[in-house]
Each structure stands twice: as structure tokens, then as C-alpha cells.
Design a protein around this ligand. Sequence first.
Ligand SMILES: Nc1nc2c(c(=O)[nH]1)N[C@H]1C(S)=C(S)[C@@H](COP(=O)(O)OP(=O)(O)OC[C@H]3O[C@@H](n4cnc5c(=O)[nH]c(N)nc54)[C@H](O)[C@@H]3O)O[C@H]1N2
Ligand SMILES: Nc1nc2c(c(=O)[nH]1)N[C@H]1C(S)=C(S)[C@@H](COP(=O)(O)OP(=O)(O)OC[C@H]3O[C@@H](n4cnc5c(=O)[nH]c(N)nc54)[C@H](O)[C@@H]3O)O[C@H]1N2
Ligand code: SF4
Ligand SMILES: [Mo]
Length: 755
Amino acid sequence: METNPTAERHAFYTCPLCEATCGLDITLRGDEILRIRGDKEDVFSKGFVCPKGATLKHLHEDPDRLRQPMIRHGETWREVDWDEAFAEVERGLMPIVEAHGRDAVAMYFGNPNVHNLAGSLYARPLAKALRSKNVYSASTVDQMPKHVACGLLFGNPDLIPVPDLDRTDYLLMLGANPMHSNGSLCTAPDFPGRLKAIQQRGGKVVVVDPRRSWTAQKADEHLFIRPGTDVYLLFAIIHTLFDENLANPGEWADYATGIAEVEELVRSFSPEAVASITGVEAGTIRRLARELAAAPTAAVYGRIGTHTVAFGTLSSWAVDVINLITGNLDRAGGAMFPHAAHSRPHPDTPGGRGFVMGRWHSRVRRLPEVRGELPVATLADEIETPGDGQVRALLTIAGNPVLSTPHSARLDAALASLDFMVSVDPYLNETTRHAHVILPPPPPLARSHYDYVFYRFSVRNVVNYSPPLVEEDGMPEHDILARLTLIVGGQGADADPALVHAMLLAEAAKRAVSSPGSPVAGREANELLDELEERPPTDRIVDLLLRTGPYGDGFGAKRDGLSLAQLEAHPHGIDLGPLAPQLPAALRTPSGKIELAAAPIVADVARLAAALDDYFSGAETKPFVLVGRRHLRSNNSWMHNIEVLVKGKDRCTLHLHPDDAAPLGLADGDLAEVASSVGRVEVPVEITRDIMPGVVSLPHGWGHDQPGTRLAVAGRYPGVNANVLTDPAAIDPLSGNAVLNGVPVTVKVATLELV
Ligand SMILES: Nc1nc2c(c(=O)[nH]1)N[C@H]1C(S)=C(S)[C@@H](COP(=O)(O)OP(=O)(O)OC[C@H]3O[C@@H](n4cnc5c(=O)[nH]c(N)nc54)[C@H](O)[C@@H]3O)O[C@H]1N2
Ligand SMILES: Nc1nc2c(c(=O)[nH]1)N[C@H]1C(S)=C(S)[C@@H](COP(=O)(O)OP(=O)(O)OC[C@H]3O[C@@H](n4cnc5c(=O)[nH]c(N)nc54)[C@H](O)[C@@H]3O)O[C@H]1N2
Ligand code: SF4
Ligand SMILES: [Mo]
């Protein structure tokens, strides 16, 4: 880049930290970042940012951020060059593969993979090259239930409807707190402003949450719910819609199978039957159903609090069943399917192979595979349990499972027992301290960005491309992942990463020319590749996908169609308009219809009924249930090393209702001991009426007091790790997702132990 090194310049960049995709206006002098603000001209975020966006500067400059690969010898680390690092990876990993087979090597992919192009494009090929059953990711502590529900309903686990926030008249939101999280599986920069707009145009926002969250405070109505019981509330809404003849799927009746079975499935879950388990009065449930049916348009949206629970898949399914039977699925103002500019155009006829899971099972607990992975709740079992196929080596890529997955103290010990571990990560943290080799990628502003994953979950169809703004010596993350792919694929540490880049590009071109409905259908793949401009490999893939996508230039087929060059000419993004109906063309079920009553769903309803019986029989449980929460100034486990975000009041506190605190003898600021079936923590109490009696809340991602990390700031604000308390035995069996909300615990005054 030819720039005057002393002149200030503005550059625009899409924030990759969360799902909101805010446009940033960044002032630089040479490679120095001077200021970061919201980009007022961004077509989607229009100037909105949160406090984290500006800290990309601090992240960039963090002296603890790793810039060189490192190899560990016992407790000491040595900085090495890249060739030595990859040679060490090969030396450590391949003898394990040779002696014990491919399943002896596991992989864990963490959340930031979906926030950068390298992870989004290269993670799957890496897993494929390894050919191990032991692939894990943060998805099974997050949204896997939604994938399963949508996979069964629509035939494609990635075809997930989002609430059409900007046009809806009625939003029922369960277990989400977008005022803090800025939205998830619903990309909507300035979520707060969009909620307010619903109210300003006369609509209504209802929030269901065991806490009176910031979002609940802004809503028109807030309902407390007993953790883990949304599924009953949702089933009772469906029950009422049928019972009161309010079900009106409209034209969808012709495109859906199983409506009558659904009516049968919910029959025993009347509002009256579930009122006591949910804590929501029957009359209120009936009113919600009536309001949903009567609203001109309405959308039901559930997130973390409905996913990371024992009936995550059934809750996710019920959300979209309500959207469908109230006639709100796939229509403006309801729950709609985005069609990202880089996705493939739909073929002319709906239908496909459908969604298959359980193609293999985990060795120890026999848990089914879902979307090519196993539940991370069973990773420690696979490492600890001797026998054929025992996991002896691990690759973590952008993940911190020691803080983010259940029973983390046990996983921590399991990682310490591995023969070999490699981490692709910019920090030496609670997880990567167990690695033998750490490979650090460059930070966000030194790489290009195109929001590959979240444009698929976006409330408008939007595209924006950000070129890298500053240079940093080091290896691009796509090269790191490509070299790991070559190593595990048996081609060796010296093989050229360009081989992987070329292969991925060729595969993308081949798919484009062979997909029905594609603007380049029938053309030669090589012809397209020759026409692509010279760019970094990730960007070439995006260019190819954009050009062959639903808005693309089709390599000459459509004048003014999209290409990456077009996006470069529009640094504030291009707005492709509000969401448009996608059904039935997008359906990939074998029947070509929405399959409402898939066998796994029907079977799981029996478990739901049994759990209701257990509740009424007064089955033994602990006096409190634990839920999580997020804070605007925090981002899962990994941004606590940024002083401006963590300073001030301690945020890692236990929220407790005053009526619960008094009999326990706990006052604000006291240290409480919280114990579950697997662990205990001591944490300061914050007394608040904004939580239901009987429920306590602790945020996750904390617990930075482990030895051997290099997190100077985080170490001064350690907090405690909520996942010391979560039990890996508790999962949603259909999706394998861990139960992180609704964890039974006891709470008491922490007593000083005299040693
Ligand atoms: N109790 C409880 N536990 C939870 C949750 C909860 O609500 N309650 N939420 C769950 C959810 S939704 C999620 S998504 C998971 C997250 O779980 P993880 O993905 O395991 O953890 P993160 O905290 O996101 O850690 C990300 C890691 O990636 C590194 N990193 C950051 N940027 C990059 C990059 O560009 N490249 C690479 N290679 N590495 C990078 C960071 O240094 C850090 O080590 O936690 C889950 N855990
Ligand atoms: N600032 C910030 N933003 C983030 C993140 C972050 O760590 N910090 N993480 C990002 C990630 S990885 C994700 S997945 C998203 C998540 O985004 P959200 O889904 O909005 O997640 P949370 O903010 O944890 O909100 C979950 C809410 O569910 C409530 N809840 C708990 N149990 C139940 C229950 O059983 N029923 C109901 N109805 N509610 C319940 C909690 O009290 C909480 O208010 O946020 C993303 N954005
Ligand atoms: S809301 Fe998310 S995308 Fe927007 S500035 Fe904050 S962290 Fe970045
Ligand atoms: Mo997440």
C-alpha cells in the first residue's frame, strides 16, 4: 500500500468480534491505529458499535499476544521459527497416528473460527484430512440443538430462520439477551435500536428469562421462567393454538407434513399442565398464544437459554413450529431465511437427501455424531478411558475448552495427560498452556474480513468486505491451517500450503459449475479459476462464491452482479435488501416439504413427558438452579486481557435474590460457596431482585488464575470458572449439546478452611 507514513488515513473494517458485524471507521497513521469509531455510513450498522469494537486496537497492541510460534519443554517455552514449529508438530503427531490410528488424535474448534475467513473455510478440510472420529467444537456448548431441529424440519441444519426484526409486529424472545450479546443466530447490528423500533411502530416485545435482564427491562413484557422449562411453555403455546383453533399455517399447510401429529404430540402439555413447572401462569400462556396468532406479523426467537438446556432440540423445534402454524414462517415480519450472497442459488425443485446424524458414535458413552462432530462434553472421557481408539493427542484451533466446556477441572487434568497437543491461538491461556506447540495467527486488523458465517443469519441481506489494514510479520492463519492439513494428511511439514489453497478453490469451482440453478452451470471449472483475480486464497474463494452466488456477476452472465472487486469499491458495504421468502425451493428434506414430525422429535417427546412426571412426583433435586449471563464488555473467555474492558466493578459475581440470601445469611459482597454434582467454586455474591427466587447466575469465561498462562491483565481480574460446576453427564441427547443452564446447585456461606 502506497501511503504517506505521517498522514492520517481512514479505513473501514467489519468488526469480527461478535455476530453483529458492525462497521468500524478506523483512523491510522502508517501502521499505527489511532482511533476506532462506528462507521456512520455502514449500510447495516449505521454507526452503531459497542465498547468491544474499539478494543481491536488494544488487542492488536497487547504485549501478551503471541507473535512467534512457541515450543514447550516441560514448563518453559521457547520461541521458534515457523519451519521448526511445523517440524515439531509432525514429529509429535504422526508417530501417534502410526501407532494408534487416526482416532487417537482429536480436534477442537472454538468459536472465533466462525469469525474469520481462515477458520470458516479451512477448518472442515483440516478435520477431513485428519479422518478422526474425534472432532469436537464449541457448537455442542452452544447452538447444536438449533441445527438438529432445523435439519429435521427443513432438511438442512444450516437453514435456520431468523426473526425479521425490522418488520415484525410482535417478538417473543426466549433465553436471549441481545442488549449485552448483540444478538446471536440473528445478525442485527444495533439490536437495541431495532427492538426499540418495534415498539415505536406500535409492536410488542416479550422477553422470557429467569432473570430480568437488560433486554427484559427494555421489553413491553417480561416473564420469569424456571430454567430449562421453556420447552413446556412452547409446547403449551402450540397446544393452545390448536385447542383454540388459532393454528393458521396459511399456504404452508400444503408444504408441511405432520401437522396432525404435532397436535397429538402436544396434547398432554396444556397450559394448565405446565404452569407449575414453568412458573408461568396458564392464563398468561394462553394469552401469549392468542397474541401470537392475532398479531399482523409475529416471530418467536430463542437462543442460549433455550439451546444449552436438557431439551434444547425440542425447544428449538417448538419455536419454529409456532412460527409455522401461526403463518409467520418465511414471510415478511415473521421468521425468515437469509440468502447470503456467497451461498449457492437454490435449485428449481425442493428436496434433497435430508439431514442424517448418528453416522458414528463416541467410543466411551456411545453418543451420536452430529454434523461430523461429537459432543465436547465427552472429550475428557475419550482422553481418560484406556483402550483402542483412546485420544492421545489434541489440536485446538481458536478454542479455550478448559474454560468453556463442562466439568472443566476434569478436562484440564485430561489435557495435561495428553502425549501431544498443538494449539492455533494468539494467547498462552488456560487451554493452550497444555500445548507442546502454539502457532499464533495474526490479529484481526492484519487480515481481510468477509463475514462468511453470519451473513447467513442476518436480518437483511448485506455484504461487506474489509481488506487488511496493517501488516504484521507472521503467518496468515489460512497458511497455518493448510500446513496442518498437509501434516495430518501425510504430506509432511515441508509440503507447500499452496496445494491446499488450490484444492479448495478447485473444489469450490467444481461445485459452482455442477450445481443446478447456478449461473455458471455447465461451464468449465478451470475457465472460472483463470478468470479470478490474484488475491490471497481466502479472498479468491469468497470472490468465486460471490460471483457464482444468487447476486453474483456469474462470470459475465449478469452485468453489475457482485464480485469482490465490486465490494472493494463499496467500503461501507452493499445492502441487498430485506429478506425474501425462500421456501419451498430451499427445503432439502427427502419429501421436499417441511417435516414437522420427524421420528427423533416424536421419540424425544416421551422423555419430555417423563420429566414432567418426575417433577410432579417431587423427584430429588438441589435447592437452587444455576444459569449463565453475558456482559457487553466481555467476550466469552478471551478478551479479559484488555484492561479497558475488565477494569472497574467485579463482574464475575453470583446473582442471588434477596429472599434467598437472607435465610442463607449472605449479604451483598459476601463470599458464597456454590457446589454442584461435579465441583465447587467460591464467588462474591451480588444481591438483586432481577433474578427469580431459587435461581442463581454466574457468567462463564472466567477463572484466569491458573498457573503457566501469559495473561497479565486477566490474571489480575481472574473471576471463577462457571464450568467447574457444569456436569458433562447432562446433555440434550438429540444434539449432544451440554446443559449449561438449569444446573442444580447448593449455595451457602463460604467458610474459611483452616489448613
Ligand atoms: N457455562 C457456560 N459455558 C459456556 C457458555 C455459556 O453460556 N455458559 N457459552 C458457550 C458458547 S456459546 C461458546 S461459543 C463457547 C466458546 O468456547 P471457546 O470457543 O472454546 O472459547 P472462547 O472463549 O471463544 O475462546 C476462543 C479462543 O480462540 C482464541 N482466538 C481468538 N481469536 C482468534 C483467531 O483469530 N484465531 C485463532 N486461531 N484463535 C483465536 C482465543 O485466544 C481463545 O483461546 O463457550 C461456551 N461455554
Ligand atoms: N458481550 C458479549 N457478547 C457476546 C458474547 C459474549 O460473551 N459477550 N458471546 C457471543 C456468543 S458466542 C453467543 S453464542 C451469543 C449468545 O447470545 P445470547 O443468546 O443473547 O446469550 P446470553 O447473553 O448469554 O443470554 C442468554 C439469556 O438466557 C437466560 N437464560 C438462562 N437459562 C434460561 C432458561 O432456561 N430459559 C430462558 N428463557 N432463559 C434462560 C439468561 O438469563 C440470559 O439472559 O452472544 C455472543 N455475543
Ligand atoms: S456489537 Fe459486536 S460487532 Fe459490533 S462493535 Fe461490538 S463486538 Fe463488534
Ligand atoms: Mo457462542
